[in-house]
Write a protein that binds this ligand. Structure first.
Ligand code: NDP
Length: 523
């Protein structure tokens, strides 16, 4: 007789990328005088450098129209570090600056020479990452220049490997996304292009695949037989801040749905890849996007609620309406909130609605995926508790609570027949003591290592645009936009028709002792 000794409690090794095994390189940031560089990229690189996780040697070159010296560039970025922090001082020694004029081939030629000189003096072997942190209209311009000047070529005339990193937005519709891609490919091959979605690099988001595919108990019930609906919410308290110029042309569907929301959807709905490998995972995500059921133009309002925030208050402080924000058109019809119901037309998900919601100036900042299971098929407690017992709910919390929480019914002590929903929680903070790297640290490291797992592949981008572009076009062509766009007070949970649904998703216990109120059509 064999005795099963599997206690189920063993740890698994966490192979960490070996910084010594990664190759030296130069990271060239275009738009380096901007917000993203100061707030995200440089702090992430400095932390990685301080913890010895970057390859040696490493060089970071900032580029932009602003003319400044290396010292001025370093001083400008130092803000976040106190006094003479040795971590910053050591990292600052790897920082350089080179001004460029985006419309001048000569200027890019000068940059190429500057990079070659640095390569030689610092032994970075000609390996380069070009990071596009400029306004999006410059992405094709810079990519085209790099391609034309041979900086995208690998292994020739002093070059090692070359990669290009593109920040969202990847176009503003299918046509512009395809145009951008054509420009990127004038010099770069697809495997050299890294389209960032920093949501994918959050530990809790990466954990969705671990939860689903490293445990045997979830997959058998992860389908239409057991799941009633899925809710995915990414709500912010912030307004447009300093990004009004971009946001007013984009709106919530382009800013959030085309990228982050679609990634969360794919991770929740995809089939297991045969191996945890970038291309295989991208293939499975693409199948989800390909299966999205298009909306008929006539049914858009049955499946979509759009809103724009009015004046209100956030955490007790009055805040202005969207149309009063600096840089926003006072007659703007740009949506800052959307709740969308969509269906995935395949065997696993037939008939299961997926609700995606995102908005600015909402009551709280919250990002989570809610998997709402079906009620028990038959209530043996019906004489006392009625036919309905509120159903199980699995919450994958991404922000602010990084947790996984399963709600189920338990008998309340004392009374014979009293049920109460309770939760079983896994919390990142209490379960793991090791610090969690910032999302930008993860994506930068993966890019240095050439791992595409946390990045978008172009077919996914195009499939998502194919789904969203007709919706955007129908909304933008709507003869009565006021009917489509509902106002909501800042600090609420969105426009009135969506509020009930939003509360259902942000509350931990749907329905209490009552049946789970199934959200009907959002319209
Ligand atoms: P900024 O608006 O801060 O611009 C970055 C730099 O681009 C500026 O410092 C400026 O540098 C240059 N620039 C600005 N306007 C122009 C122009 N009209 N023509 C030429 N150059 C210009 O952008 P961010 O740093 O906020 O963002 C960079 C990219 O990353 C954007 O595409 C954005 O959509 C994306 N992104 C940003 C996020 C963020 O948190 N900030 C989050 C996700 C994506 P100079 O004048 O020196 O050339």
């Amino acid at each position: 007789m064999e005795v099963n000794t599997n206690s189920g409690a063993s740890d698994h090794p966490c192979p960490r990328p070996d910084p010594a095994g990664t190759e030296p390189c130069t990271i060239v940031i275009f738009g380096a005088s901007g917000d993203l560089t100061a707030r995200k990229l440089i702090p992430a690189l400095c932390s990685l450098y301080a913890s010895g996780r970057l390859p040696q040697p490493i060089t970071v070159v900032g580029c932009g129209r602003t003319v400044m010296s290396h010292e001025q560039f370093r001083a400008r970025l130092k803000n976040g570090w106190s006094g003479d922090d040795p971590a910053w001082t050591r990292f600052a020694g790897q920082l350089f600056y080179h001004p460029v004029a985006y419309d001048s081939a000569d200027s890019f030629q000068g940059l190429a020479e500057f990079l070659r000189d640095l390569d030689q003096s610092r032994n970075t072997a000609g390996n380069r990452i070009f990071y596009l942190a400029t306004p999006p209209f410059l992405y094709p311009v810079v990519a085209g220049m790099l391609g034309d000047l041979g900086l995208a070529a690998e292994g020739t005339s002093g070059n090692g490997w070359a990669r290009i990193v593109v920040e969202k937005p990847f176009g503003r519709d299918l046509t512009t996304a395809m145009e951008l891609d054509r420009k990127l490919h004038t010099g770069f091959q697809e495997q050299q292009v890294f389209r960032i979605d920093h949501y994918l690099a959050k530990e809790t988001v990466q954990n969705i695949l671990m939860l689903r595919f490293a445990n045997a108990i979830f997959e058998p019930i992860w389908n239409r037989s057991f799941i009633d609906y899925v809710g995915i919410i990414a709500g912010e308290q912030l307004g447009v801040e300093h990004r009004a110029g971009y946001y007013d042309r984009a709106g919530v569907l382009r800013d959030m749905f085309q990228n982050h929301m679609m990634q969360l959807l794919a991770l929740t709905a995809m089939e297991p890849p045969s191996l945890f490998e970038a291309d295989r995972a991208q293939d499975e995500k693409a199948k989800v996007y390909r299966s999205l059921k298009p909306f008929a133009a006539a049914s858009i309002q049955d499946n979509l609620i759009l809103g724009q925030y009015g004046a209100g208050s956030i955490a007790g402080k009055p805040v202005a309406a969207y149309r009063q924000e600096p840089g926003v058109d006072p007659d703007s019809l740009t949506p800052t909130f959307a709740l969308m119901r969509l269906h995935i037309d395949n065997w696993r998900w037939q008939g299961v609605p997926f609700y995606l919601a995102s908005g600015k100036r909402l009551r709280n900042k919250v990002t989570r995926i809610v998997v709402q299971f079906k009620e028990v098929p038959h209530s043996m407690f019906r004489q006392v508790l009625g036919e309905h017992i509120s159903a199980n709910r699995l919450i994958l919390g991404i922000y602010p609570r990084e947790e996984i929480s399963l709600t189920f019914q338990a008998k309340r002590p004392g009374s014979k027949f009293c049920l109460q929903p309770v939760t079983m929680d896994f919390n990142y903070d209490t379960s793991f003591s090791s610090p969690r790297p910032d999302a930008y640290q993860n994506v930068l490291l993966d890019c240095i290592q050439g791992d595409q797992m946390l990045f978008w592949r172009q077919d996914g981008v195009e499939l998502c645009w194919s789904f969203l572009s007709p919706i955007l076009e129908a909304c933008e062509a709507c003869p009565d936009p006021d009917m489509l766009l509902k106002s909501y007070p800042a600090g609420s949970w969105g426009p009135a028709p969506a509020e009930k649904w939003m509360r259902l998703i942000v509350n931990p216990f749907p329905g209490g002792y009552e049946s789970t109120p199934r959200p009907g059509s959002p319209a």
